[in-house]
Design a protein around this ligand. Structure first.
Ligand code: GDP
Ligand code: MG
Length: 259
């Protein structure tokens, strides 16, 4: 009997959120389809003014493995992903992958993210900060320090042991996302990556990190901003304090100590 989807893993949907990625979207989808022909692609476009959505429609018309979700306007990466996950559930996928449109996440490394799922992992993070992980970009020192320092802060405050909690190249089993209660995700910008990791960690799922090579974006501009960084930092601090407080409350509850 021939199995549907990626062998040993099931039906896989690669979700690519786009905002003004007209120069990148065709290339990235082609690379995904060439690299792992068994997977499907969903482009989640926030009504990009540069016509990314139209290009995506053309690709979907030419390839039954390619789908497009048109969203009304720019609402941030987190909302686009949550909508994409809902689409994946409605269409009975087993696994979803997050991938940027800009070429920073190499589709050729997709098997690395999918293979640990076969071995029982619930969530796989493509990591720049484990042995073998690389950053091949000309980031100015402050951006590099921000990424490294941000991840260090997250590790200390949340105590998850994940080395790259802000990275966006990931694979999840759908069953894991069900436990993460996506409807109540608060993050708008990139702290979404951290929030989802935090929820998955708290739900007791197995998170595996695999090394990836993070490349320079091919065309266009990054949507990263100071506001996005600030949002991530204050949210992490709030989650950390909440977790410490509830752990303390649990430890002090007499009924738990003398049942
Ligand atoms: N749908 C949607 N996609 C977004 C939004 N903001 C960023 N993206 C996409 O998310 C991915 C990562 O964004 P990017 O600007 O490359 O961030 P960086 O890699 O951190 O510099 C790219 O594919 C963007 O097009 C948004 O508001 N809506
Ligand atoms: Mg990028």
């Amino acid at each position: 009997m021939s199995e549907e989807g990626y062998p040993g893993v099931g039906r896989v949907l690669v979700i690519i959120p786009t905002y003004n990625e007209a120069d990148n979207v065709r290339l990235i989808v082609d690379r995904v389809r060439r690299s792992v022909p068994e997977v499907d692609v969903l482009i989640a476009d926030d009504n990009s003014p540069d016509g990314t959505g139209r290009i995506a429609d053309e690709m979907a018309a030419a390839d039954s493995h390619v789908h497009v979700m048109h969203r009304a306007g720019k609402e941030g990466l987190g909302k686009a992903y949550v909508a994409g996950f809902g689409w994946a559930r409605d269409h009975r996928y087993d696994v979803v992958v997050q991938m940027d449109a800009d070429g920073s996440h190499a589709p050729e490394e997709l098997p690395r993210l999918l293979d640990p799922l076969r071995a029982g992992a619930d969530a796989v993070i493509g990591s720049r900060y484990v042995r073998g992980g690389k950053i091949m970009v000309d980031w100015p020192l402050h951006r590099l320090l921000l990424s490294r320092g941000g991840n260090f802060y997250i590790r200390v405050v949340l105590g998850m042991g994940v080395k790259d909690a802000t990275g966006g190249y990931r694979a999840y089993r759908l069953s894991v996302l069900d436990k993460a209660e996506l409807d109540s995700i608060q993050s708008q910008g990139y702290s979404y990556q951290v929030e989802l990791t935090w929820r998955i960690h708290r739900s007791g799922c197995t998170i595996v990190e695999v090394p990836i090579t993070f490349a320079e974006r091919e065309h266009g501009a990054s949507k990263m901003s100071g506001a996005i960084v600030k949002e991530a930092m204050w949210r992490v601090t709030v989650w950390g304090v909440q977790a410490k407080r509830s752990a303390l409350r649990k430890a002090l509850r007499p009924s738990d100590r003398w049942p």
